[in-house]
Design a protein around this ligand. Structure first.
Ligand SMILES: [Zn+2]
Length: 302
């Protein structure tokens, strides 16, 4: 039986916020079974909490923002991606401001923190959304869909008219080891002209070459270069996995993305939730023979 998970003990990640450039601190805290994943704004009166469900997504430009009536939490996807990969169901994520520390622009700082805290298996079974019929969103130019699959697989394609990016595809079965090895370290990326435009609007003040891959019209500006030649599309997989957390339950399916961003992911997740005839809830027994499930149950990194 696959049981719900939280973490063993509190653990913090410190850094700066991408937009404000101000110090930002996040603390992962264990939560009881059946809770789900919540952000908690510790800096505000009464420490209000916000769920990570799709209907709380208020903005999808550049990053995914969750909003409440009077407050928001932005750039949640790198943190949530880590939780999806490590199969964490129940967690409070305390913040002392509106932004999550950007770290190096990847999921690596969150992965490292959670591994340090340790995972804790709980008593209730995990309940998956098991896709039984395809669900499609988008058009010819940009689309996202999910097909039935025994596991969680993401295939992403990007197409940028830039000599260092171009056309890239990445296909991966998401497991704890595959995420750690192939996805977690892929950094976010942006174009110098967009960074300059954001700065003019008072945004991206914390953005630098130490937390993003930045490109001008022809070159990569980071002196250290890329972590993989196709780091860009790997990061798209990282983002998509984080956005899938807003489904509110772990997904079993094959997610196929073509030029998809946060907006399309949010629309796909909402469409899944609106299509209860196309998925069913299942709990996974230890007797399931499927190899994808067996690899998902492995914890040791290889
Ligand atoms: Zn990202």
């Amino acid at each position: 039986m696959f049981l719900q998970r939280t973490i063993r003990q509190r653990v913090s990640v410190e850094g700066i916020g991408l937009h404000t450039g101000a110090p930002a601190c996040l603390t992962f805290c264990p939560a009881p079974e059946g809770t789900g994943i919540y952000f908690v704004r510790r800096d505000l009166p009464g420490s209000p909490a916000i769920s990570t469900q799709a209907d709380r997504v208020t903005a999808t430009t550049m990053a995914t923002t969750l909003g409440g009536e009077a407050f928001s939490v932005s750039t949640v996807e790198h943190c949530l991606s880590t939780l999806a990969a490590l199969r964490i169901d129940n967690l409070f994520i305390e913040l002392d401001g509106p932004e999550i520390p950007i770290g190096d622009g990847s999921a690596a700082p969150f992965l490292e923190a959670i591994l340090k805290a340790g995972l804790a298996e709980q008593n209730e079974p995990r309940r998956y959304a098991y896709i039984t019929q395809p669900i499609y969103m988008g058009d010819q130019d940009k689309h996202a869909y999910v097909n039935p699959y025994n596991g969680l697989r993401i295939t992403a394609t990007i197409d940028f008219a830039h000599p260092k990016i171009g056309h890239q595809t990445f296909d991966i079965d998401i497991t704890e080891p595959s995420f750690a090895r192939e996805i977690a370290r892929a950094r976010t990326f942006g174009f110098l002209k967009d960074v300059e435009a954001m700065r003019a609007r008072g945004l991206a003040r914390g953005g630098s070459l130490s937390n993003a891959v930045v490109l001008d019209h022809s070159e990569i500006l980071n002196p250290e270069g890329l972590r993989w030649e196709n780091e860009f599309v790997r990061h798209k997989v990282l983002d998509a996995l984080g956005d899938l957390v807003t489904l509110g339950m772990p997904l079993m399916g094959h997610v196929v993305l073509h030029r998809a961003g946060h907006d399309l992911m949010n629309r796909l997740v909402r469409k899944i939730l609106e299509s209860p005839d196309r998925y069913r809830h299942i709990e996974l027994g230890a007797d399931l023979p499927d190899s994808a499930m067996q690899s998902n149950s492995r914890w040791m990194f290889d």
